[in-house]
Design a protein around this ligand. Structure first.
Ligand code: FE2
Length: 194
């Protein structure tokens, strides 16, 4: 189940009020990218939009690293939005290894258990891959060059796994093949910025 677009927008505004930061606009850009790519692929644009909008909703609980993944996952599950909960979880694990997360592991042992259990046997869907791609395209001020965004993350955290870089490129190539178009042409839709 997923929330309506209006409910998702309300949840994001509420989360931003609790913990303001660039993550709010980053989420809006990711949502708009996701809906455009989904539409171009003949997938549900509404589902893509709300999953993109709420993939970082765990940030409403404060500044955490890997913790925001588990916070968002549990919060969305508590509201019954399991498809969004998936996006909260999988957006950070492009290679499906828990070590894949770029940043600090600040999970409590209990949260670590929840994460491991949730990830066990999980197979990535196209929606998971779409949100991963859009996370990688979305800056807080608009669409970013994917390579520049990965370089920016690397600069901020000091590292960026090569395998993750490769998966991001593969995700881009996969959706471009499905759409038959360049991803930037689709997400920018003729506008300079989103
Ligand atoms: Fe994100």
């Amino acid at each position: 189940m997923v929330p309506s677009r209006e409910e998702a927008e309300r949840l994001l505004c509420e989360g931003e009020a609790l913990h303001p930061g660039p993550w709010g606009n980053h989420s809006r850009v990711a949502a708009r990218c996701a809906e455009r790519i989904a539409r171009a692929c003949g997938e549900s644009a509404d589902t893509a939009y709300v999953c993109g909008l709420l993939h970082d909703i765990g940030r409403r609980f404060g500044t955490r690293h890997l913790g925001h993944v588990v916070d968002g996952y549990r919060y969305m599950l508590s509201l019954g939005y399991d498809e969004v909960a998936r996006a909260c979880l999988t957006h950070s694990f492009t290679t499906m290894h828990l070590s894949d997360y770029v940043g600090k592991n600040d999970l409590t042992p209990q949260e670590q258990e929840i994460l491991e259990e949730a990830m066990q046997g999980l197979e990535l869907t196209d929606m998971d891959r779409l949100i991963q791609l859009c996370d990688c395209l979305a800056g807080a001020d608009g669409v970013m060059d994917m390579e520049a965004r990965m370089a920016d993350v690397e600069r901020r955290y000091g590292y960026y796994p090569e395998e993750k870089r490769e998966v991001n490129r593969r995700n881009r190539a996969y959706f471009e093949k499905r759409m038959g178009r360049d991803v930037y042409e689709v997400v920018c839709g003729g506008e300079d910025t989103l």
